[in-house]
Design a protein around this ligand. Structure first.
Ligand SMILES: CC(C)(COP(=O)(O)OP(=O)(O)OC[C@H]1O[C@@H](n2cnc3c(N)ncnc32)[C@H](O)[C@@H]1OP(=O)(O)O)[C@@H](O)C(=O)NCCC(=O)NCCS
Length: 238
């Protein structure tokens, strides 16, 4: 039995959107260029805190200094590990939402994580018609609640992030059903035939919902840990 979990989730509260400036020195040149292209302060903060959490999480899990991690973006947009080269098979998935940032990492399995803040969606029923599949709409209690829709949204995003396609696929093409609060795939995208996927709902903090998608077996070891993004100690691998 191995001593570290096969999938590790790290969650952090997002510090204020004006608190990211001193962290830009930790970004690679390519990330600095991406940062400059982002327009809003919010997008910049989400990007910087996301990369910061990712480096801390990877460094803790693989006991590697934070400055050694570099990433590349594959042809469908999914970020992957470029360096250290010995760890470039490591899988991870990153998600940011108002107030919270999360990532899932795994040495063994493909992962997709999506986190959303639970909020009132004034147009929930109209959104449901766009993002829900015919099977999901038929099974849903109407009108569809914001909570139901946001939880389902995280399932769909976790899947397309695990696949690496992002929403090049229509959300309504994918179908989920829920058993004991966990989603399972009822209809997958046509290009995905080989792997079996498992999904878990998570509630990392009050007012938030997340879904983890992974290609591991049932009962895979999954840990969740909180990270303090402004605590300098976290910069060092544990
Ligand atoms: C990938 C996508 C699902 C991410 O969702 P989101 O709600 O923007 O934001 P999240 O914070 O949850 O996730 C963003 C992270 O997903 C990751 N990501 C981006 N593209 C990805 C892909 N193809 N596969 C897996 N992960 C991806 C990145 O790490 C990104 O964070 P970063 O840019 O700071 O590195 C979505 O942006 C997408 O599908 N984009 C491509 C198509 C598109 O723009 N469609 C428009 C409307 S649906």
């Amino acid at each position: 039995m191995r001593d570290s979990p096969e999938i590790a989730i790290f969650i952090a509260r997002m510090p204020g959107i004006d608190a990211w400036g001193h962290l830009t020195a930790l970004l690679s040149e390519e990330e600095q260029v991406r940062l400059e292209r982002l327009i809003s302060e919010r997008s910049k903060a989400h990007f910087v805190f996301g990369r910061h959490l990712l480096r801390i999480a990877l460094s803790r899990h693989f006991r590697t200094p934070t400055e050694q991690w570099e990433f590349k973006i594959d042809k469908l947009g999914k970020p992957r590990v470029l360096s250290p080269q010995s760890l470039n098979g490591v899988r991870f998935s990153l998600s940011h939402t108002e107030g919270l940032v999360g990532c899932a990492i795994s040495p063994d399995y493909e992962v997709g994580l999506d986190v959303e803040n639970l909020r009132h969606l004034p147009d929930a029923e109209a959104l449901a018609q766009i993002i829900m599949s015919t099977e999901e709409l038929a099974a849903a209690t109407r009108p569809v609640s914001s909570r139901t829709l946001l939880r389902l949204w995280t399932a769909k995003e976790s899947y397309v992030k695990a696949l690496g396609t992002g929403f090049l696929v229509e959300p309504s093409e994918v179908s989920f059903e829920y058993h004991n609060d966990n989603p399972s795939l009822l209809r997958r995208v046509s290009c995905d035939t080989a792997r079996s996927w498992r999904f878990e709902s998570h509630y990392p903090a009050s007012g938030y919902v997340a879904t983890l998608a992974h290609s591991g077996p049932d009962h895979v070891g999954i840990s969740t840990a909180w990270v303090d993004l402004i605590d300098a100690e976290n910069h060092n691998p544990g």
